[in-house]
Design a binder for this molecule. Structure first.
Ligand SMILES: Nc1ncnc2c1ncn2[C@@H]1O[C@H](COP(=O)(O)OP(=O)(O)OP(=O)(O)O)[C@@H](O)[C@H]1O
Ligand SMILES: [Mg+2]
Length: 392
């Protein structure tokens, strides 16, 4: 049986390059591209079954993981990270999420999540005890500066990476205690991804419709009617037979949203989906996220550094140094407000260990600098924080 090895081809090519070996070039590169195109065509034409999808998905997962981390993938894709999972299941903590959660019920829950990357002797704390709850059917954003841990968190939520410690649950799954096979199922059926980099979302030589159909074929369930409906939901039904190069950046991202929805996931994860777009085009893409939530009830999590996104989401959570710091929730009846400060109520988040992060603007306003001592006093229902000079 022919095997669908699209992700593996590019993986091998990168390995060769990084290891200092001469990567495929000239005729070899041409041949690899030809093979890749032929394999995709065969899948689209139903000549190849999706029987190899588990392997291809594992490769794709490892590849996405590698791309996200910018690291080499050694050994077989997928690894053995979940070895021993079965023995641990009995002591598994209760899962606060359910696959059939009703709208508004917890659907993604992170508790004290920690991710440490090790580069030789140096440890990088990308997530430092992060707590987060996302409700089913929310369109929410995680906003933070570069390096704050946004992509790390998204990769954990998408099953592309495993955290070092803590707990993470999504749609009834325990993301720390999944078997390799379950992880593949979760990635294929439960979540859809939209990346900033358009070339990572779309295959350039396939039409918009073929691009949406490809993940369906890989999942063994082609549904052309649904593929067309999805393109209509992102307002691109009139462009379905066009290839991405004939489309604008915003249109390509809208196709990417339709692709992410192909296998009817319950969660869409988007990493800087408007990062390469101007403000106006970005706003149309954000409107489409809201549309697909309204039509399909999908939960949308967008990570970005752009505070301008605030108005297009029900809620946003700020992430600082690998921890959630503050939150803003849309007020009912204020959907039309232009200024997010008017449309959303802002809160500072207290974590399970009693810690909170003071907003930087407040710290600057009263002119204090950490680390250092502060004096706290309770006045009725208020906690007053005083800078050292006033504390005496
Ligand atoms: N594979 C890795 N190895 C080592 N450190 C890493 C790795 N991936 C991320 N980091 C580090 O973890 C921290 C969080 O990175 P992350 O990519 O999650 O940030 P981000 O908020 O997505 O940033 P950006 O907005 O620039 O994409 C950073 O300090 C980063 O350097
Ligand atoms: Mg990032």
């Amino acid at each position: 049986m022919p095997r669908f090895r699209l992700p593996a081809i590019s993986l091998r090519r990168r390995r060769g390059k990084k290891a200092g070996k001469k990567g495929p070039g000239g005729f070899e590169a041409y041949e690899a591209k030809e093979t890749r195109e032929r394999e995709i065509r065969e899948i689209l034409e139903g000549k190849v079954s999706a029987e190899a999808e588990v392997e291809a998905e594992a490769d794709a997962g490892a590849e996405a993981e590698a791309v996200n981390k910018g690291v080499e993938v050694e050994g077989e894709a997928g690894g053995t990270e979940e070895e021993g999972v079965d023995e641990e299941v009995s002591s598994a903590p209760p899962n606060p999420t359910r696959p059939d959660a009703a709208p508004g019920e917890p659907f993604i829950v992170c508790q004290n999540l920690v991710k440490i990357y090790k580069i030789e002797d140096i440890e990088v704390f990308a997530l430092q005890g992060l707590d987060l709850e996302i409700k089913r059917g929310e369109v929410m954003a995680i906003i933070g500066a570069s390096g704050s841990g946004k992509s790390t968190l998204l990769n954990v939520l998408g099953g592309l990476d495993t955290p070092t410690a803590g707990r993470a649950f999504s749609a009834g799954w325990d993301l720390l205690r999944m078997s390799r096979r379950d992880r593949i199922r979760y990635k294929r059926q439960c979540v859809g991804f939209v990346w900033q980099n358009v070339t990572r979302n779309l295959i350039p030589y396939l039409t918009a419709l073929e691009n949406v159909e490809l993940p369906m074929l890989l999942n063994g369930k082609l549904d052309r009617k649904r593929a067309k409906e999805l393109l209509a939901a992102v307002e691109l039904d009139h462009r379905m037979y066009h290839t991405p190069r004939l489309m604008s950046g915003g249109e390509q991202q809208r196709v990417a949203i339709a692709i992410a929805m192909a296998n009817n996931p319950s969660i869409i994860l988007a990493d800087e989906p408007t990062g390469s777009l101007d403000t106006r085009t970005g706003a149309t893409v954000l409107k489409v996220f809201n549309q697909i939530r309204d039509i399909y009830g999908v939960t949308v999590v967008i990570v970005t550094h752009d505070h301008g996104i605030a108005n297009a989401v029900d809620r946003w959570v700020e992430i600082r140094d690998g921890k959630t710091s503050s939150e803003a929730v849309r007020r009912y009846g204020d959907e039309q407000a232009v200024d997010p400060e008017e449309s959303h109520d802002r809160y500072t988040l207290l974590d399970s260990a009693g810690r909170l992060q003071l907003p930087i603007s407040y710290i600057e306003t009263i002119g204090i600098k950490g680390p250092g001592r502060m004096k706290l006093t309770v006045e009725g229902r208020r906690i007053v924080i005083e800078p050292p000079d006033k504390a005496g």
